[in-house]
Design a binder for this molecule. Structure first.
Ligand SMILES: [Ca+2]
Ligand SMILES: [Ca+2]
Ligand SMILES: [Ca+2]
Length: 304
């Protein structure tokens, strides 16, 4: 699957292509690359994590930014710089319109992105992609006239592109737009304390929604050979999650690797390393099945 938009130019270029990672961490022998399913992946609240969540910014205090055309991403200047947290408003008009924004995000931050149809005819589509598509990206879709909230754990300090349009304009076979295709995007930073998972330990958890993210903290006191397994389909009572697992170095904010499916036909995720240096790491669990209803999983870190 591809997030390729109908438009040519900037967005089309940045939204395609796989993400590679260092060889140090592999997903079962292959280089740890995201697969195309990751593109539809992403994110809302992990139930267990909700208690420790606190919106840093109340939405009523956020600045509101109105879109400014041209912002279709056909050239590097046709994109609107915004500072988040903020509320961004606009309209998908005329037919086939795509609106692109660029925001600087910091590795380690957790954001919620809510996209709402403020016009009855919009079927909201939201894509969030690092400017070079060098780390896994995110997509959220809401039903016509409705809203969806997606979480994003930022895996790279960089400029990120935020793309808003109607889902029909992404498929590329029938284009829509007009004055009744208004939207509002609310970007908020959320504070969350990652749950610790020990070397040799297993943590059971559940996401609070199909677009939620779970964050876990792993600390290593010495270079370690290990495997990190996320089990959802492999639970004794399988859940609906199609997981995606990322590991980020908490100490320097660098993204290390992401795995979506550990093997063909197995949608659970796994990452492993022969020599992961001592340090502090964040393990990020996402779901790429937007229709998931049962959202339980467990994460296990085992020594090789
Ligand atoms: Ca517009
Ligand atoms: Ca536009
Ligand atoms: Ca998967």
């Amino acid at each position: 699957m591809s997030l390729l938009l109908r438009t040519t130019g900037l967005f089309a270029i940045t939204l395609v292509g796989a993400c590679s990672s260092p060889q140090a961490l592999t997903d079962g022998g292959k280089p740890a690359t995201t697969n195309d399913a990751a593109i539809d992946g992403a994110v809302v609240d992990a139930g267990a994590d909700a208690a420790v969540d606190a919106a840093v910014d109340a939405s009523t205090l956020l600045p509101t930014i109105a879109e400014k055309e041209p912002n279709d991403g056909k050239t590097t200047t046709e994109i609107q710089d915004v500072t988040v947290p903020a509320i961004v408003t606009g309209v998908i008009d005329p037919v086939g319109d795509v609106d692109g924004f660029r925001a600087q995000l910091t590795s380690g931050d957790l954001f919620t992105w809510k996209v709402e149809a403020t016009g009855a005819d919009l079927t909201p589509y939201l894509g969030i992609v690092e400017k070079d598509d060098s780390v896994p990206h995110f997509v959220a879709r809401a039903p016509k006239g409705q809203s969806v909230e997606m979480e994003q754990f930022v895996t790279k300090s960089s400029a990120w592109h935020i793309i808003v349009t109607d889902s029909s304009n992404v498929k590329g076979n029938s284009f829509v737009g007009g004055p009744t295709f208004g939207y509002k995007v609310t970007a908020q930073r959320v504070a969350r304390v990652p749950k610790s998972v020990a070397l040799g330990g297993t943590e059971a958890a559940a996401l609070g929604g199909p677009y939620a993210v779970g964050v876990f903290a792993l600390s290593l006191t010495s270079t370690t050979a290990l495997d990190i397994n996320v089990r959802a389909k492999r639970l004794s009572t399988p859940s609906d999650l199609d997981t995606r697992l990322s590991i980020v170095n908490k100490d320097d904010g660098s993204w290390i690797a992401t795995n979506d499916d550990m093997a063909s036909g197995q949608s659970d995720s796994k990452l492993g390393a022969d020599a992961l240096p001592a340090g502090n790491y964040v393990l990020v669990v996402e779901n790429v099945n937007p229709d998931a209803k049962i959202l339980t999983f467990e994460i296990a870190v085992t020594k090789r």
